[in-house]
Design a protein around this ligand. Sequence first.
Ligand SMILES: C[S@@+](CC[C@H](N)C(=O)[O-])C[C@H]1O[C@@H](n2cnc3c(N)ncnc32)[C@H](O)[C@@H]1O
Length: 273
Amino acid sequence: MTDQGFPVGEIDTSRPHPARMYDFFLGGRDNYEVDRDAAQRVIDVFPDIVPTTRANRRFMHRAVRHLAASGIRQIIDIGTGIPTAPNTHQIAHEVSEDVRVAYIDNDPIVATHAGAHLLGAGNTGFFLGDLREPESVLQHPTIGELIDFDQPVGLMLVAVLHFITDKEDPAALVAAYRDALPAGSQLVLSHATSDFHPAEAGLDEARDVYKDRRATATVTTRSHAEVLPFFDGFDLVEPGLVQIPLWHPQGGAAPEAEELRHVGTYGGVGVKR
Ligand SMILES: C[S@@+](CC[C@H](N)C(=O)[O-])C[C@H]1O[C@@H](n2cnc3c(N)ncnc32)[C@H](O)[C@@H]1O
């Protein structure tokens, strides 16, 4: 156990983990050989994975600023990822130190780094939990300590739903979280898509790497029409569900066509009715 009481004995280095592969794509060092081999294979067949993950992280930053600026003071961030500064609470605290953040991920490696990077602000918490188990996530004591369900909540599902298969019914899972939130809560969501890449770009081969290397989760890319229903019950904030560089671009400047060519992710923010 770490000082924070998180289990560390469960780190499995025999299979690639999406959290550790994502860390590699972002240039981090919290990954193992098995992850680096798989992630490098993804980069070899689909080089756009690198600009896509970086654009996703920038989308996350802009969306959190939006949440805090629009008055949200409590956030549930599911599929947090290995801490990569700035993390959700650091961005939110630039707007207001009062924002409380509950971080949840199902990968033990995130737990080992949470103490040093996600906690300590006094109003953040982390626990190991699975998006596919909404009841146990929503009833976790850390949620009880940090989240007041009578006040609007920011729910972040950023680059995580593509690790949920159709069989696991991602729309029903999002709806289970939505139903626990009061009106005025906001959903921040991003999702991998093949809509922006031609077949020869290598995205299919990249998806196969997760399957062939027996990664702990596989990737399901979805079209605009398939991602949109995740916002059922929410009114999309302008400009809607869009390729992520187009969502509230930094400084209001339109992204370069070159950037758009490389980014295979949709993102949006919705306000619960
Ligand atoms: C691509 S990373 C995204 C990290 C961060 N949200 C971001 O966008 O920068 C996906 C994260 O989701 C986590 N994850 C995947 N499936 C999950 C599940 N069923 N429950 C909780 N977390 C999950 C992975 O462990 C990983 O840390």
